[in-house]
Design a protein around this ligand. Structure first.
Ligand SMILES: NC(=O)C1=CN([C@@H]2O[C@H](COP(=O)(O)OP(=O)(O)OC[C@H]3O[C@@H](n4cnc5c(N)ncnc54)[C@H](OP(=O)(O)O)[C@@H]3O)[C@@H](O)[C@H]2O)[C@@H](O)CC1
Ligand SMILES: [K+]
Length: 504
């Protein structure tokens, strides 16, 4: 499933109309009928429905929705919030179809008037502004959005809550706070950004018949769905041996933080790695081995000096590396020596990101297999941008950063955004606030390490790993084994088994 900006959606739309030969009127018919069908399924027939329409094609969808809902037996009134001459093209066509069957169309051009009229309704369908919104919201629409937000109504937005930008990086002026949004055809970028996602309420996507070919040269962001993961998850061959399931090494842990590497190694093994070696200080080994008897160990004299030739030779035997967990932030050359000398996928997390920052502007050519896994705070540190800027434009910031520094980014959050060195992006939106705890990032690193050893595409592997991590947390709560309060990183590791059952 592609995620689009407003400009991309218009281009895809144009392709469907010009190359696909699907008339715009028909796309609008499909959009409205699909939304009405969803409303019929989800809401009680006794609800009185007000549909508010604006001047653009979003309003056009509103006219179609009205026609279908009346047919389903709902009591529907249409409120047109703009003058007659503003309704043009396909929207005017569908307005006419509505008027052919009903006289329930009221022109309302002031917010007070709208307030008085909406009081008698249970549910409002918001078809005022779609992806064509630009700039500050003008009166009287601004006042009308305020009224809709104030009243005790169920708010259902069509395509996007009116007033909300579709893209990331734009400020929210005022927008409908929807309970439910029926997104037309493809989710917009703002669906997955923290400052805007809440406006959508619950959301579903309705397809309107645009062929996938219309997206191919236009959109470069995708949303990772369960069926994508099922389709790309590697099968374990009947004759698999531990070598064929990936041999990985995990480097890190100061004596004050052995748990970090313990979590990563257990998560990597529980995700199906053939062999995991932990490279750490001698004093950590008995503690980590106590919690992870399946791993083997490699002793490092310290986590500060450049890696010796002997260590590098040993690490060269592995398929992939994870480094940085619990490593501490004291000046260290370990990471730079690792990246300079070994040409393998390396997952860098936690303190490793601070070390990476010290040589970020050098050695970029060595990085095609480098994967960084920052949360928003760490991304702010790496990019020298405030967290608020990254939250506002997470797609754009990660894309610029990944291209500039030639690496993969897994930007962790409620919606985890994965970006390749050429700017292709995937979003995994599984997971819940129970994951906002120490250690869950270490678990993710371990899972990602295993996934990249088992999949030929690093992007697919990272998307699968992020999905599995979030889904384990979701299933533990759905199956009532934990709540968001008591869920711990170790529980997520134990929950992986439930996820794998759903994938085979
Ligand atoms: N994706 C698809 O394939 C399909 C998409 N479809 C639908 O079309 C929608 C996009 O339609 P669109 O392009 O007509 O834009 P849309 O947002 O309805 O209206 C723009 C108008 O709003 C106004 N306006 C703008 N800014 C404003 C402001 N700040 N403050 C106040 N007013 C403002 C301005 O009007 P003006 O004030 O200039 O008269 C402008 O002309 C899309 O979201 C989806 O629902 C389906 O029908 C079928 C296929
Ligand atoms: K809308």
């Amino acid at each position: 499933m592609y995620i689009v900006t407003a400009e991309e959606m218009y281009e895809i739309d144009r392709y469907a109309i010009e190359k696909g030969g699907i008339a715009g009127k028909l796309l609008m018919e499909n959009a409205g009928s699909q939304v009405a069908h969803q409303i019929k399924k989800a809401y009680d027939i006794n609800q009185r429905i007000a549909i508010v329409v604006g001047s653009g094609n979003n309003g056009g969808d509103g006219f179609v929705i009205a026609r279908y809902l009346v047919d389903y037996g709902f009591d529907v009134t249409l409120f047109q919030l703009v003058a007659d001459e503003k309704i043009k093209g396909d929207a005017a066509y569908h307005k006419e179809l509505w008027l052919n069957q009903s006289d329930k169309l009221e022109l309302v051009t002031e917010s007070n008037q709208l307030k008085d009229r909406l009081i008698a309704y249970h549910l409002v369908v918001d078809a005022i502004l779609g992806i064509g919104v630009s700039g500050e919201i003008r009166e009287p629409i601004r006042g009308m959005i305020e009224v809709i937000n104030q009243l005790d109504l169920t708010r259902i937005s069509v395509d996007i809550p009116s007033g909300l930008p579709a893209n990331d990086g734009e400020d929210v002026d005022i927008a409908v706070k929807a309970d439910q949004t029926y997104i037309i055809e493809a989710p917009k970028v703002s669906t997955f950004c923290e400052p805007t996602s809440n406006y959508y309420g619950n959301w579903d996507i309705v397809k309107i018949g645009i062929p996938t070919s219309a997206y191919l040269d236009v959109a470069s962001r995708r949303w990772r769905t369960t069926s994508d993961v099922q389709a790309s998850f590697p099968n374990r061959g009947t004759y698999a041996h531990k070598g064929s399931n990936g041999r990985g090494v995990i480097i890190g842990a100061q004596p004050t933080m052995p748990g970090s590497v313990l979590l990563s190694s257990r998560a990597a093994l529980r995700s199906g790695a053939g062999l995991i070696t932990v490279a750490t200080l001698k004093e950590n080994i008995s503690i980590i081995a106590n919690g992870c008897v399946e791993a083997t160990y490699h002793v490092l004299p310290n986590l500060i000096d450049r890696l010796s030739d002997k260590d590098l030779k040993a690490f060269d035997q592995f398929d992939a590396i994870a480094v940085g967990m619990g490593m501490g932030r004291a000046k260290s050359e370990l990471l730079s020596s690792l990246i300079e000398n070994l040409d393998k996928p390396v997952v860098i997390d936690a303190d490793g990101l601070y070390h990476l920052k010290t040589f970020l502007d050098q050695k970029a050519e060595k990085r095609a297999n480098l994967i960084i896994t920052p949360h928003y705070g760490e991304m702010a540190m790496l990019s020298n941008l405030p967290v608020s800027e990254i939250k506002k434009a997470p797609f754009e910031v990660s894309k610029q950063f990944a291209i500039k520094h030639n690496l993969y980014i897994v930007l962790k959050g409620k919606n985890t955004i994965i970006t390749t060195p050429n700017g292709t992006q995937m979003v995994s939106n599984q997971g819940n606030p129970g994951l906002a705890k120490g250690g869950t990032g270490d678990v993710l690193s371990g899972i990602l390490l295993t996934m990249i050893m088992q999949h030929p595409s690093i992007l697919e592997a990272l998307a699968n790993g992020s999905y599995i991590h979030g889904m384990a947390a979701d299933l533990l709560i759905d199956l009532k084994q934990h709540t968001e309060i008591d869920l711990l990183a170790t529980d997520v590791i134990e929950g992986l088994s439930q996820v794998f059952r759903t994938l085979s």
